[in-house]
Write a protein that binds this ligand. Sequence first.
Ligand SMILES: [Zn+2]
Length: 426
Amino acid sequence: MKKYSFLLLLFLLALAGCSATKKIPKGLYYDPPGSTITTNKIITPEHKRTITINSSGISESNEFDGARLNDFFQVNDTLYQAEMEPENAPVNNSAWYSFKVWSTKPQTVWINLKYKDGSHRYHPKTSRDGLNWKPLDSTFYKIDTAAGSALLKLNVDKDTLWISGQELMTSKDYENWINKILENSFAKKKIIGYSSLGKPINELEISEASDSVDYIVLTGRQHPPEVTGAFALLSFVETITGDSETAKEFRKKFKIYVIPLMNPDGVDAGNWRHNIHGVDLNRDWYYFNQPETRAVKDEMLRLKNLSGKMKFFIDFHSTQKDVFYISKSDSLNNSVPPEIRLAHERAYHLTKDWFAQIGKSFPEYYINIDESLNNPNSPTSDEWIYNNFYCPALTYEMGDEDNRGQIKKLASIAATELMKLLLNEK
Ligand SMILES: [Zn+2]
């Protein structure tokens, strides 16, 4: 008993010490309670299994990376229920699902998607091979907003049918993509750390510059279901590694560091938002309690010691609609030292110039910029970079159901305009 009282006293002293000396990180307005507490949390395991209903010949499975299906059962002759739950709750409503279904005989079935601690969000995508996807025809799909569920009508047969909230893009797909980029002689790969489950956190270094030069940093997939943000990152990088004169010149004068998959455990586990310890990685950029965020932070600090400067940082995400969260100018904030205020002012205008150029190259696209969300105490990637590197640092969010071609086109234009802008600055 005595030992425990002593430990409790130590704990309280530590707590008092912390609150007296440290700022408390502030989450974003839409965050569920506790999101900025980033010590390991208890998660609900998703049991991997294949269920066959012998009477109807229907089978389903979640035995693949990226899957999320917690239960499956027959309701009546043609109706089935698929139940999903998040890795832990409370959690932002990114109600991910992904499973396979097949049947011994061709038949039409209805599957009701039902969620615990969330409601239906993603328009179903289907695939026959797990690689090529298309959105389920709207006439085969009904959402019940009151129940938070969705009903799908599916024609099933002996061939596997994948049903997923978004196209599957797991750590294996990233590996294949990285290998494709590595076919370029100017690209190198480095493992900057490992996830909780021991998966590599890969970084691509792209450059034809001979020595230490200025650089940009691109990161992605802190949040597992945010696949449209991943499509944008891929197109952005492919434009920089491309054959255009701008890209060639840019690679001679700058380095590009890309960490495309920050949360491989969460992605492969089919998590709704968190890493394998139930933590929102994009709220851990203050305490750095998780190995994934720590690996990226350590790498950023290593880069900071080089003679080149970080010129631009973009973290790719997805949400309901396209939005670019940019860091506010703090020109009027007297508590910020004047040299930092000046650097931030410059970063702010450079960001705005970039969007103006994107607007000129893609006039039919409406650029939705949001300056309201940022708070220097937010434990997010963009704020940490902005407050440590004083360069433009933004969160690039693509809408969940955006046209995939438009995502690619926008990212390619954005990459070209960014290269031009930074080259002109030289
Ligand atoms: Zn996100």
